[in-house]
Design a protein around this ligand. Structure first.
Ligand SMILES: NC(=O)c1ccc[n+]([C@@H]2O[C@H](COP(=O)([O-])OP(=O)(O)OC[C@H]3O[C@@H](n4cnc5c(N)ncnc54)[C@H](O)[C@@H]3O)[C@@H](O)[C@H]2O)c1
Length: 360
């Protein structure tokens, strides 16, 4: 088993600020990128945390990620926006796109926003959290331009990205419902994390390069590449297809139908629908019914072996509280990959360690 390090959230941020400055990012970009990645770690999604920076550094060096650029409106038709992320950090262009979309939804009651050519938008739940913080519902269909990693139901090779689907719904006086998942049975980055930790996957999640079942996450990380299966068999596969068509073909003008795995960039296309619940529904009725449903669902007696019914969004909030208090576990291999990223960006790895309080 790989050794685990524990790093406090703030020392990790401080250390990663130094690393991200290596991209030449301005101060605002550094903050947006670092806060977004560390929050992914805090919410338990290490697959989308600071461990993405080595990949970003490779993408940057081959020109797939462009620092210090902003979303550009290609179509501005009031409640309809089409935006070009210009291959900028997803943490920046995603943030800017959501600010625009939320502002339009406040004005028009809704906004349909198409975002293309964004570098990795990371944890899509972060964008839904922005919407619910403004009292809005948001729905996101996302495709991935990287390399195929998920087999369609019945198929034996990778034809989709992990194409996430996300919905945020505000609940009056309570925490929001925040459903945010990859349409694969696990996110691709979780295979990378498991591979780095030397862990196997439970059966029924992966196939090898010949389409045979395997428990070894190497088949998603190092050649010969196999595939992750979609969640829920034909249902998840269907949702992955819809994400490709809406996030990719419609929103980004670029869907994945390729076998080229040579490039290190991860681009996302995202179709976002933002709805002001007060503009379409009677506010009091929506609040009453929403509260009644969440209470009703939570009240289901736990079945044997389960402790309680959790609503979507609860696990991430619990992780955030725990990891803010106890620190963030990072495996040693991921940390060494961060050293390599630092060197690529002409940053001294010893400085990364010093700021994080890590001794290897
Ligand atoms: N940008 C990209 O290209 C990309 C691609 C794929 C995934 N992602 C992101 O990866 C992250 C992880 O995705 P994932 O599929 O591994 O997540 P996951 O399997 O952990 O599922 C997360 C969702 O399920 C809910 N959940 C988890 N356990 C639960 C329980 N016991 N009861 C009720 N609800 C529960 C969570 O609240 C959350 O809504 C997401 O944030 C996603 O947006 C991004």
């Amino acid at each position: 088993m790989t050794r685990m390090l524990t790093v406090g959230a703030e020392p990790l941020r401080e250390s990663m600020r130094t690393l991200v400055r290596g991209f030449g990012s301005d101060a605002r970009e550094v903050e947006l990128v670092v806060n977004n990645l560390v929050d992914a770690n805090l919410t338990g999604h290490d697959s989308h945390g600071v461990g993405m920076l080595p990949r970003y550094s490779e993408s940057f060096l081959e020109g797939g990620l462009v620092p210090n650029v902003h979303v550009k409106a290609v179509l501005d038709a009031g409640a309809m926006l089409r935006l070009d992320g210009q291959a900028g950090f997803g943490q920046v262009v995603g943030h800017e796109a959501m600010l625009m979309g939320i502002e339009r939804a406040k004005k028009h009651g809704t906004c349909i926003m198409a975002l293309g050519n964004a570098h990795h938008l990371c944890r899509i739940g972060a964008w839904a959290e922005m919407a619910v913080a403004a009292g809005m519902i948001s729905i996101h269909f996302v495709n991935v331009i990287s390399r195929g990693s998920v087999a369609p139901h019945g198929g034996s090779d990778a034809r989709f990205g992990t194409n996430p689907f996300t919905v945020g719904i505000p609940v009056k006086g309570r925490e929001p419902v925040l459903l945010d998942f990859a349409t694969s049975v696990v996110a691709q980055g979780k295979a990378r994390v498991a591979h780095n930790k030397g862990e196997k996957f439970p059966p029924g999640r992966l196939i090898d390069h010949q389409g045979n079942p395997t428990e070894d996450p190497r088949y998603v990380v190092v050649p010969p590449i196999g595939a992750i299966l979609p969640f829920g068999e034909h249902k998840g596969s269907g949702l992955a297809l819809v994400c490709e068509l809406l996030g990719g073909a419609l929103a980004a003008g670029r869907a994945w139908h390729d076998t080229d795995a040579s490039k290190r960039r991860v681009h996302n296309g995202m179709l976002t629908v933002i709805i002001d619940p007060n503009a379409i529904a009677d506010a009091a009725t929506f609040e009453r019914e929403t509260l009644a449903v969440v209470d009703w669902v939570k009240a289901s007696p736990p079945r044997p072996g389960m402790d309680q019914v959790r609503l979507a969004g609860e696990p991430e909030r619990a992780w955030r509280a725990q990891r803010n208090a106890e620190g963030i576990p990072i495996d040693e291999i991921t940390w060494k990959e961060l050293h390599v990223a630092a060197q690529r960006l002409h940053i001294d790895p010893a400085e990364i360690d010093r700021l994080a309080g890590v001794t290897l």
